[in-house]
Design a binder for this molecule. Structure first.
Ligand SMILES: Cc1ncc(COP(=O)(O)O)c(C=O)c1O
Length: 339
């Protein structure tokens, strides 16, 4: 009955089991344990390229360290106005970069286009050292609106980044849901489309607390480990984060979990879209729909949990997770459609 957030879902039992198995005896600390070393190799195999992998415990840390890697204090970061980076990280990107400026671009369905970015960049440069220097672009995959950038959209944005020598970051808090929707490889969705670094999320999709900052561009990689330590995110008992990520990737568990969540979101959409108004296409594991206030009250009374989207009274956000039971969705569909 809980459609509030994938963060409210329990930990997948295989990941919990992996934590129990990792809890044997003593291992080296600060990332020199066999789990973290194996994870580094697994990530290279997954993305089919060299990459630096930093296990972390929050998505905000991954995003903020990524920004610190590519953005000097006098720099500017272009992101969607409604992105987590801009709206939900309490100035962590500004804090970690010692004051870089976030420039929020507007655009439908949680995305800005390559053209939006190019237009915003055109207005820069006339004021020389009086203005900040564009250095980084961040896109969210899947977006905060539950949509997914296509490979063409990512490549078009990356093309503008290359022209202006900007680093391209992907906030992949829901990376697996986006990848599952596109059906492409992790390499295609990232470095092969020009992405320099990704905040690779696992917590929302079945882990307990496990994210990773993965950097593909070696030029950005300088002193990344010191940046992590300086920001107080070097985890001493790192094996417990890495063990979660290893179990997450093993036998495509992460993709199976994302597929379950996405399928339920899609099923909800297919069964109800002729009767209710959806604000965005349903592509990953979230749905945003407008309902009469009375209906929202009734659903709440029946015990369904969801968020009213901030700034609205009648838009609800539904999040489907790896652990959402199918019959909860069927019950919800029946209740929504009941007049
Ligand atoms: C798009 C996006 N990015 C990043 C995060 C990471 O957040 P946290 O720092 O809470 O792990 C979230 C979580 O809500 C998110 O939705």
């Amino acid at each position: 009955m809980n459609f509030r957030s994938d963060n409210e879902a329990p930990v997948n039992h295989q990941i919990m089991q992996a934590l129990i198995e990792a809890n044997q005896g003593f291992e080296e600390s600060y990332g020199y344990d066999p789990y973290t070393l194996k994870l580094e190799e697994q990530c290279k195999a997954l993305f089919k390229c060299w990459c630096e992998t930093l296990p972390l415990t929050t998505g905000t840390a991954a995003n903020a360290i990524a920004m610190a890697l590519s953005t000097p204090a006098y720099g500017a970061i272009y992101c969607h106005h409604d992105s987590h980076l801009n709206r939900d990280e309490c100035n962590a990107p500004e804090f970690f970069t010692h004051g870089a400026k976030l420039i929020g671009l507007h655009g439908q369905n949680g995305k800005f286009t390559a053209q939006d970015l190019a237009t915003a960049l055109e207005s820069m440069g006339a004021h020389a050292e009086h203005e900040c220097l564009p250095t980084t672009v961040s896109i969210t995959q899947a977006t905060e609106a539950g949509t997914v950038h296509t490979l063409d959209e990512i490549r078009a944005i990356s093309h503008v980044c290359k022209e202006h020598e900007l680093a391209l970051h992907m906030d992949g808090a829901r990376f697996a849901n986006a990848l599952q929707f596109l059906g492409c490889s992790a390499a295609d969705m990232t470095w092969k489309s020009g992405v320099d670094m990704v905040s690779f999320g696992a917590t929302k999709n079945g882990a307990m607390m496990a994210e990773a900052l993965i950097v593909f561009n070696a030029k950005l990689n300088k002193q990344i480990k010191r940046l992590r330590k300086r920001s107080a995110h070097l985890i001493s008992k790192m094996r417990y984060v890495s063990a979660q990520l290893l179990a997450y990737l093993e036998d495509d568990l992460w993709l199976h979990m994302a597929s379950h969540a996405n399928k339920l979101a899609q099923h909800f959409y297919q069964e109800t879209h002729k009767n209710i108004d959806f604000l965005h296409p349903v592509e990953a594991n979230e749905a945003f729909c407008r309902l009469p206030l009375e209906k929202i009250g009734q659903l709440r009374e029946q015990g369904f949990g969801f968020h009213i989207w901030p700034g609205t009274q009648d838009v609800i956000r539904l999040v489907f997770s790896h652990a959402t039971p199918e019959d909860s969705v069927e019950n919800f569909i029946r209740s929504v459609l009941k007049s």
